[in-house]
Design a binder for this molecule. Structure first.
Ligand SMILES: [Zn+2]
Length: 135
């Protein structure tokens, strides 16, 4: 398990690249924690880095322990799929619908790919997300 934020970020970028996700097109930001979100996608950058941003919250609430690599990578894939959808010319975002059927089919495709090469334990992911949903 990764122990600090910079290490987590390096691991996630490498893993996303291994999955052939367009990780160099986004600015991956790893933050400590959020009460409401596992991750976020912003389709715009900052003055310093103009690329769209994905933000991953790495630490569990109430302690300094990070989530497992499986959970962090699953959340990163989730945010990358938002990027893919936003930049697909055929994508039409319906008001109030953040995650449509195509979203879940892409999320599944990349999660399965990650599971196949041993980057994600999907049983663990299913256990954690049985009760909660990702932002
Ligand atoms: Zn989402």
């Amino acid at each position: 398990m990764c122990s600090d934020i910079a290490e987590i970020k390096d691991h996630l970028i490498t893993a996303l690249r291994t999955l052939s996700l367009p990780v160099d097109d986004v600015n991956v930001v790893v933050k400590k924690r959020s009460k409401c979100f596992w991750g976020r996608y912003y389709d715009y950058g900052t003055p310093k880095d103009k690329r769209p941003r994905i933000i991953i919250y790495a630490l569990k609430l109430g302690c300094d322990e990070p989530y497992s690599n499986s959970i962090l990578l699953y959340n990163s894939i989730h945010e990358m799929v938002h990027y893919i959808q936003y930049h697909d010319p055929k994508f039409i975002r319906k008001k109030g619908v953040m995650h449509d059927a195509d979203f879940y089919s892409l999320l599944n495709k990349y999660s399965k790919r990650a599971e196949k090469i041993g980057l994600i334990d999907m049983k663990e992911v299913r256990d954690v997300f049985a009760k909660e949903s990702v932002g």
